[in-house]
Every structure is written in structure tokens, then in C-alpha cells.
Ligand binder design. Structure first.
Ligand SMILES: Cc1ncc(COP(=O)(O)O)c(C=O)c1O
Length: 453
């Protein structure tokens, strides 16, 4: 595939449809798409809600009809319900680079952020006075970090992820950072930021919502202390499926949960009034697990059989390159600007395009069978899930986006006296489009200010 940034020479027009067919024909993950329930819609919203894996409906039906309906209470022991949070954590572990016994599935991401931040502060030295929070974080992390700070008497300081290495001090207890920015799709330097935090004596707490299942994370290899993530995006666990908590092995003994529910007790059925935590990752549990959602997630993870995260990453980058190429080919110059970095080392598994009137544009795309989403104020988000997204999907999405924006320009042009230009509201020349070098530079700067951005 050519690099669109160097494509300055006049060339024969490319046939993106034919290229997509060739890329799909040689895609080693192409067959995995059949493991999902999909239709003629181009579904590029797996970074919000993953598609339904075919393995889920029968499994959930069995959980309801047989395990609950017939076995009833016996399923907690004979059906393995009680151990499911740790067992399913062990299934997620290889996808995020963790050994068994370091991941537990439980609660929502927000609740796990709370556990991780308070437990992290409790592990920090007595001289620590502050928590650093990714200044561009998904809002819930910022809200919870501020509450955790109030409860522990620390201050919160928002810092851009790229500045954490410079801003961390001996007074920093921990930094809470999003691995991939939900809005721009920018991938942050997990190994480098973690190492910088450690060298100042602080803990690294990562939110993996937009990276788990989309790219290698390497939690154990990079010495991450604590991590959280959801399972309903690239892990396809279903709406509201439970989240997970990772605790580095050597910290587990010191993990003092702020939510020490009975499921985390060393003897949960002892009904003992004095709290004594269980050993290991079980300390991350709180109350009775949400079995229906948890076992739907268990079934969803079957979609990963025989698939490596490395293969997923290779395809993800090829998909986003091809999507950006196709957008550059189909969309009139100046209509959109990529805020997703072009540099592979800094790109997650989505492409975000700034576009005037993005809400209306996305509504029109959805009407025409291309489902992405829209984030305030002006970002079109297209999530790429390599398990089921095809090159044909992204080519069609770019083509329909081009049609919608050309029609809009034509309507605007017809309405404006004397205007024969096709240029849209976002303005001027090729440099503003995804193929322009100006947009590549612009893509790297975070575009929002604080945790609640
Ligand atoms: C980065 C990030 N963190 C946290 C959340 C919210 O998680 P939950 O609703 O499971 O608490 C999201 C949801 O999209 C997210 O993208």
C-alpha cells in the first residue's frame, strides 16, 4: 500500500474498490468475520459496542434455561459460577499481556477506576500529595479520580500524557492514563510513561478500554501496576458486560480495596464479621457477579480462538491506512481533517475525522448504511475491529462519506449566489484533508483540555 503523504506525483487514478477486494482476499483474519452476526450495514462502531459473536446466543440460552432454570443454586458450585470472575479474567489476560492470576472480571470500568486509584494511593508513600490524571481522559476517570482524591486528601493535577514524564515528581502517588484516547484514537506510550512514573516512585494506572482487543498492551512486560478496561468494545462482550481489573503480581499482597465486599473475603461463606482479604487477584472482587453478562462475555471470547493480538494489530493498521487513503481519494479537499495520528506508533484502532456539522453527517451516513459515531463538537469516529471489519467496509464508508459531503457542498453551492466552488465549510486546500501534510502534524496535538473534555 502506498503512503498517501508521499503521493505528490500525478498518478493514474486508483481503484479503491478493486484494492479492497484484493486486500480482503489475502487477509488472514477474513474468515473470523463469520464468527459474528453482521448484515449489509458497514459497522464501524465496535469501539463503542462490539458486534454480537455467534457463540453468544446459544450459550446465554443455556445459562438461562439449564444452569439457572434447572440447576438453580447448584450452578454456583457445580456450574463454576463462583470462580467465573477469575476464570474469565484468565481468558482476557493473554490479550493484554498478563499471566494467569492477574486479571479479574468484575463491576464496571468506573468502579474499577475507583478501586485502582484508592488502592494505589494507599500503596504510595506518606509524602505523596497528588494524583496525575490524563488531561484528555474519558470523563468518568477524571470524575472518579477527583472523588478518590477528596477521599484520600490528595490533589488531582491534569497532565497531557506526553508531558507526564516531565511533570511527575516525588509527591506523585500515581498517574491514571488512557492508553488510547477515546476521541482522537491516539495511542499513548505505555512503556515509556510507565517507566518514567516508576523512576519517580509513582504507580502507573492504565485505562485500556480502547486498546484491549485492538493492539498488544504488554502489561506484565512493561511492569504496569494497575489497569482497568471494559469488555463491550473490542472484546465484544455485549452491552454493559462487566469490566476487568489487573493488579501486578507483586502488588497483590498490598492491594487494600476501598470496596472490600464479601466476594473478596478469604472465607466468603464463613460469614465472619472481621474482614480479611483473600490472596491474589480475588481481592479485586466486590459483590455477587453479574452471571448473565459475565457468561455472555465468556462465550464472546470464543471469537478469539486461534487469533493473536499481533495479527489483529497488523490488520488494524492496514485497515486504518486504507481508510485514510480512501478518504483522501473520495472526500473533497478541506471537508475533513484527521485528528488520528498518521504515525503507526501513535495510532489506536479508530480513525477520527474533524468535520463541520459532524452530527448531521453521521446521521446521514447511518441512514445510508454506514454506522460510526459522533463525538462533540465535531468529530466523526470510525472504529475498526479487525476480527470483523473488512477492507471493503472501510472503502464503502469512505465512498459514502465522500458522497454525503459532495452533496452537501453542492447544496451549499446552489444556495450561495455566484459560488461555483465545491469547497465545504471546513475550508480550503488539500493540506486540510487527510492526505495533506498539515493534517498529519495537526493530528498529533490533543484537542481537548481537561478530564471532563
Ligand atoms: C476510556 C474509557 N474509560 C471508561 C469508560 C466507561 O466505562 P464504564 O461505563 O464501564 O464505567 C469508557 C466508555 O466508553 C471509556 O471509553
Amino acid at each position: 500500500m502506498s503512503d498517501h503523504r508521499e503521493n505528490h506525483e500525478p498518478q493514474a487514478p486508483r481503484d479503491h474498490r478493486a484494492e479492497a477486494a484484493t486486500l480482503d482476499a489475502s487477509d488472514p483474519l477474513a474468515g473470523v468475520r463469520d464468527r459474528f452476526v453482521l448484515d449489509d450495514t458497514v459497522y464501524l462502531d465496535g469501539n463503542s459496542l462490539g458486534a454480537l459473536p455467534r457463540s453468544v446466543p446459544d450459550k446465554v440460552a443455556d445459562v438461562v434455561a439449564r444452569q439457572w432454570g434447572e440447576m438453580r443454586i447448584r450452578s454456583w458450585t457445580e456450574g463454576g459460577w463462583w470462580e467465573a470472575p477469575e476464570r474469565i479474567g484468565d481468558r482476557i489476560a493473554p490479550l493484554i499481556g498478563a499471566a494467569p492470576g492477574r486479571v479479574v472480571v468484575s463491576d464496571s470500568t468506573s468502579v474499577n477506576v475507583f478501586k485502582a486509584v484508592i488502592a494505589g494511593v494507599r500503596m504510595a508513600g506518606p509524602g505523596c500529595t497528588e494524583i496525575l490524571v490524563d488531561a484528555t481522559t474519558f470523563p468518568t476517570d477524571g470524575y472518579i479520580a477527583r472523588s478518590a482524591a477528596r477521599m484520600t486528601g490528595l490533589a488531582v493535577r491534569p497532565v497531557e500524557p506526553a508531558r507526564i514524564a516531565d511533570e511527575v515528581t516525588e509527591r506523585t502517588a500515581l498517574a491514571l492514563v488512557n492508553h488510547v484516547d477515546y476521541r482522537t484514537g491516539r495511542l499513548h506510550d505505555l512503556p515509556g510513561i510507565t517507566a518514567a512514573l516508576h523512576s519517580a516512585g509513582a504507580l502507573a494506572v492504565w485505562d485500556l478500554c480502547h486498546s484491549a482487543g485492538a493492539l498488544p498492551v504488554g502489561l506484565d512486560a512493561h511492569g504496569v501496576d494497575l489497569a482497568v478496561g471494559c469488555t463491550y468494545k473490542y472484546l465484544n462482550g455485549g452491552p454493559g458486560s462487566p469490566a476487568y481489573l489487573y493488579i501486578r503480581e507483586s502488588l497483590q499482597e498490598r492491594f487494600d480495596s476501598p470496596l472490600p465486599g464479601w466476594n473478596s473475603h478469604v472465607e466468603p461463606f464463613g460469614m465472619i464479621s472481621r474482614y480479611e482479604p483473600a490472596d491474589g487477584i480475588t481481592r479485586g472482587r466486590v459483590g455477587t457477579p453479574d452471571i448473565l453478562s459475565l457468561l455472555a462475555l465468556d462465550a464472546a471470547l470464543d471469537a478469539w480462538d486461534g487469533v493473536t493480538v499481533e495479527a489483529v494489530r497488523t490488520k488494524s493498521l492496514a485497515l486504518s491506512d486504507f481508510f485514510l487513503d480512501s478518504v483522501a481519494a473520495y472526500v473533497p479537499p478541506g471537508e475533513v481533517r484527521s485528528v488520528t495520528p498518521y504515525d503507526h506508533a501513535r495510532r489506536g484502532s479508530q480513525v477520527s475525522l474533524e468535520c463541520a456539522g459532524a452530527g448531521e453527517v453521521m446521521a446521514e451516513l447511518i441512514r445510508r448504511g454506514v454506522v460510526g459515531d459522533f463525538r462533540e463538537p465535531d468529530v466523526l469516529r470510525f472504529g475498526l475491529t479487525p476480527l470483523y471489519t473488512s477492507f471493503g467496509d472501510v472503502e464503502r464508508a469512505a465512498r459514502v462519506l465522500g458522497e454525503v459531503l459532495r452533496e452537501r457542498s453542492a447544496e451549499d453551492g446552489a444556495g450561495a449566489a455566484g459560488s461555483g466552488e465545491a469547497g465545504g465549510p471546513a475550508g480550503s486546500g488539500p493540506a486540510a484533508g487527510p492526505g495533506g501534510s498539515g493534517s498529519a502534524a495537526g493530528a498529533d496535538g490533543p484537542t481537548s483540555g481537561g478530564p471532563a473534555a
